[in-house]
Ligand binder design. Structure first.
Ligand code: ATP
Length: 201
């Protein structure tokens, strides 16, 4: 059995930043958001089923899913959201498994923004690594990066699992309140531990 890590954290916590540091040290990264994007991009594996189920109005001129239209369609429409997830989730699962199989790194890190929310991930990886930071830090980062209002960031955060719920499932935590240089020693320490566990697995 392969040694695997599920990496998660709230919006703007620094998941991508932290994952990339592990990648530089030799871990293989499997980014579930990138996979979901690819599935719904032009030529993606989910396009035929989305057209079939939701109609051609949800496919743009370039052949990709019309993200803005789909987002507003499923917003507050649980049935439609479930139907979209019924199309996407099995494909995301098989694509992540395929990428993990093909990975050549020392171990595999699945980057899963909604790991705690989705339920199906907990228990499927050897360990869960949470990137954690103060909510105020998250808000400031996302306001700056995405040009959003404070209230918009707070609304996104309110729809995600709480910091507490994420920490409750964490085996390991990377605290990311400081500058990015401060991350490296902690990432190096965890990488050494993961290498040892991967070799024993
Ligand atoms: P999302 O879930 O929104 O995709 P994420 O958890 O992957 O976010 P990142 O994209 O890594 O987070 O970081 C969010 C933003 O904050 C980025 O603009 C990143 O450059 C910045 N950032 C992350 N960590 C730090 C840090 N320690 N110091 C300064 N800026 C940081």
């Amino acid at each position: 059995q392969r040694f695997t890590i599920g990496l998660t954290g709230g919006i703007g916590s620094g998941k991508t930043t932290v994952a990339n540091l592990f990648g530089e040290l030799g871990a293989s990264l499997v980014d579930t958001d990138a996979i979901a994007h690819r599935l719904t991009a032009s030529g993606g594996l989910a396009i035929a089923a989305i057209r079939e189920r939701f109609g051609p109005g949800f496919i743009d001129a370039g052949g990709a899913m019309d993200r803005a239209r789909m987002r507003s369609h499923v917003f507050g429409n649980a049935g439609a959201r479930q139907e979209l997830e019924a199309i996407l989730h099995p494909l995301i699962r098989s694509e992540t498994a395929r990428e993990a199989e093909a990975a050549t790194g020392d171990y595999v890190i699945f980057v899963v923004p909604l790991l705690v929310e989705s339920g199906t991930w907990v228990g499927r990886t050897s360990r869960i690594l949470v990137v954690d930071c103060e909510e105020e830090v998250q808000i400031e980062r996302v306001m700056r990066r995405n040009g959003l209002q404070r209230s918009e960031v707070e609304a996104i955060m309110a729809a995600q699992a709480s910091r507490f719920a994420r920490l409750a499932v964490a085996d390991d935590v990377v605290e990311n309140n400081g500058d990015s240089a401060a991350l490296l020693p902690r990432v190096q320490e965890l990488h050494a531990a993961y290498l040892a566990l991967a070799r024993a697995a």
